[in-house]
Design a protein around this ligand. Sequence first.
Ligand SMILES: [Zn+2]
Length: 117
Amino acid sequence: MGDSRAQYEKYREYQRKYAKDNAERKTLQSKGYVRRMRLAALEILGGECVRCGFDDYRALQIDHINGNGTKERKSMTKNYHKAVIASVLNNENKYQLLCANCNWIKRVENNEIKNGI
Ligand SMILES: [Zn+2]
């Protein structure tokens, strides 16, 4: 019980401290900043699925080539796309584009999906 109380206080403190930041972030989002960063990341990665050539941005997903995407998938923020773009510019070859279908198939092939075929 004591723990959750402390966590709550911490959360309140966090909220107060970053209220201003969040306001700024919301402004950026409302102007489509996150969307633009996502599109920029998709474009720099070639704009189409590397497996099948599918090129509808609405179903394209950034894939971490060597797996380990779980950690990064949790933080789908503007900073994530920024990191992807920086990585591509550095020729790190860490990311690729997959469409939703190919991404799912890859995850089944890698046994990342419970109850996958
Ligand atoms: Zn595909």
